[in-house]
Design a binder for this molecule. Structure first.
Ligand code: FAD
Length: 467
């Protein structure tokens, strides 16, 4: 091994002496992986194949001590830092060129306390892994809608999933975190200890440090009534209008989603996805209007284990495809919005792409917007353009479609964008402020100044430390 050239936090370069890197290696229980080492390519590869970045070194952490050593090494050498949890950042915030990637993906422990209905998880855990452990006790908390998404990044941004209208966002179920801040200190944050930091990590992304443990409240969740109904594209406008009025009438046990998609047979269609989390007989009654409307060309709603619903969309989002996602919140789904959605989808260049809506409200909307750093409590839907394709040669046309579609939907957006579905990285300051909301941003900037004054953790929807 020779000396290493590495990128600094401020855009310059530095030389890491061979001896210093050797010493760093020895300080870890996990490994340091360098370009050319076995495992380097696997470790730097994210879910989205559009991202192809080459860190100068990757610290594959085995535990909290490794995280502390890595943060101290990065700070002492003024290195550009990327932090990887589950690796699902679509814009690629969890890897960097020439800096240090602090990789948490091997920190996989989950410990469920069935008596207290809580669970502790390390930051390399994915939702499918977490659900497997909690479902052994008939328990769950609000998680993402795919098994492969990392719990860490999803939680820190808010966490939208099928249980959120009943049990709140993932952050609303977060009881405490252990977090290594920029000074290399391990802090606990909860409602009682460091409550300001706890407020910030519930929606403020990875801006305040590296979370090494998440403690969640769990709920009794077993069989749910879930699945989807399908309508042909020429019936999609009526079905979306129906969805909007139906969504306003359903109890918190229901969460609805919609996706304009192309079937494996090549037919464009609208899927309305539903999860009823409660007694199945009551769910049958509540979801009947949805299943009768149209009628749909297929009704795939059935009682199923919660974990089966969580895996239902996995096949449509495998790792290794080229992806661009861009979202915003919406409140109204009026005729013009519906017309725009369907017209734009008719022109989609890739059969893998979708336009999706996820219903919010219920328990999400009953939390005081000031209680957590996720402030968009009045949003009706999370809308997201999901552009997916396979070939590099098709990048420009798919990116163009996604961006133009998002632009054409702009008149129908409400204030705010979900921090975990921003679109590009780095985003403009204006869009970052939109993600947090003006008042929340000011409070977050003051917190950032306290916990990360040099902005060591900047590869995220970044909050600039207050002056
Ligand atoms: P990573 O790429 O590892 O990290 C994402 C960000 O979090 C980076 O900035 C990273 O530095 C930071 N980070 C990661 N771990 C830590 C840590 N321990 N401490 C501090 N910072 C950390 N979101 C939803 O709410 N609901 C969904 O249903 C949902 N579905 C999705 C489906 C797909 C296919 C994809 C690609 C994304 C989906 N998302 C969803 C968005 C998802 O929440 C974000 O992509 C999230 O950032 C993923 O977290 P991760 O740990 O996998 O990502």
């Amino acid at each position: 091994m020779a000396d290493l050239r590495a990128a600094t936090l401020t855009g310059g370069n530095t030389t890491l002496r061979e001896a210093a890197v050797e010493e760093f290696k020895k300080s870890l229980r996990g490994e340091v992986v360098l370009p050319g080492d076995p495992g380097y390519n696997e470790a730097r590869t994210l879910w989205n194949a559009m991202i192809d970045k080459r860190p100068a070194l990757i610290a594959r952490c085995a535990g909290v001590s490794d995280v502390i050593q890595s943060v101290n090494f990065a700070r002492a050498n003024n290195l550009l830092v990327a932090v990887r949890g589950g690796g699902h950042s679509v814009p690629g915030n969890s890897v960097c060129d020439d800096g240090i990637m602090i990789d948490l993906s091997r920190m996989k422990s989950v410990r469920v306390n069935p008596a207290q209905r809580t669970a502790r998880a390390e930051p390399g855990v994915k939702w499918g892994e977490f659900d497997r452990e909690t479902q052994a006790f008939g328990l769950a908390t609000t998680g993402g809608t795919l098994t492969d998404t990392g719990l860490a990044g999803l939680t820190l941004g808010g966490g939208i999933g099928w249980l959120c209208r009943k049990h709140g966002l993932t952050v609303d179920n977060l009881l405490s975190v252990d977090i290594v801040t920029a000074d290399g200190q391990l802090q606990t944050a909860s409602a009682e200890v460091n409550p300001d930091l706890f407020w910030g990590v519930r929606g403020g992304g990875g801006n305040f440090g590296i979370v090494t443990s998440f403690q969640y409240q769990l709920h009794s969740v077993g069989t749910v009534l879930g699945g989807m109904v399908l309508h042909p594209l020429d019936k999609a406008k009526e079905a979306l209008k129906f969805l909007h009025s139906f969504a306003a009438s359903v109890p918190d046990e229901v969460m609805l989603g919609a996706a304009l998609l192309t079937s494996p047979e090549g037919q464009k269609a609208l899927a309305i996805i539903a999860c009823y989390n409660g007694p199945i007989s009551a769910g049958e009654r509540v979801l009947r209007p949805l299943r009768q409307f149209g009628p749909p060309m297929a009704d795939l709603i059935n009682p199923m284990p919660y974990a089966a619903l969580q895996g239902m969309l996995d096949a449509a989002f495998p790792p290794g495809r080229r992806n661009y996602f861009k979202g915003n919140f919406m409140n109204e789904l009026g005729s013009q919005a519906v017309d725009t959605l369907v017209t734009r989808f008719a022109a989609v260049p890739s059969p893998l792409s979708m336009l999706a809506l996820f219903q919010l409200g219920g328990a999400v909307g009953r939390v005081d917007p000031k209680a957590t750093a996720f402030s968009h409590r009045d949003a009706g839907y999370h809308f997201v353009v999901l552009s997916l394709w396979d070939n590099r040669a098709d990048d420009q046309k798919n990116l163009r479609w996604a961006r133009e579609t998002w632009e054409s939907m702009r008149p129908f957006f409400s204030d705010g964008v979900y921090v975990n579905e921003m679109g590009d990285a780095p985003e403009s300051d204006a869009r970052v402020r939109e993600a947090y909301g003006a008042d929340t941003y000011r409070r977050l900037a003051a917190l950032k100044k306290r916990y990360d004054p040099t902005n060591l953790f900047r590869l995220n929807p970044n909050i600039k430390p207050a002056p």
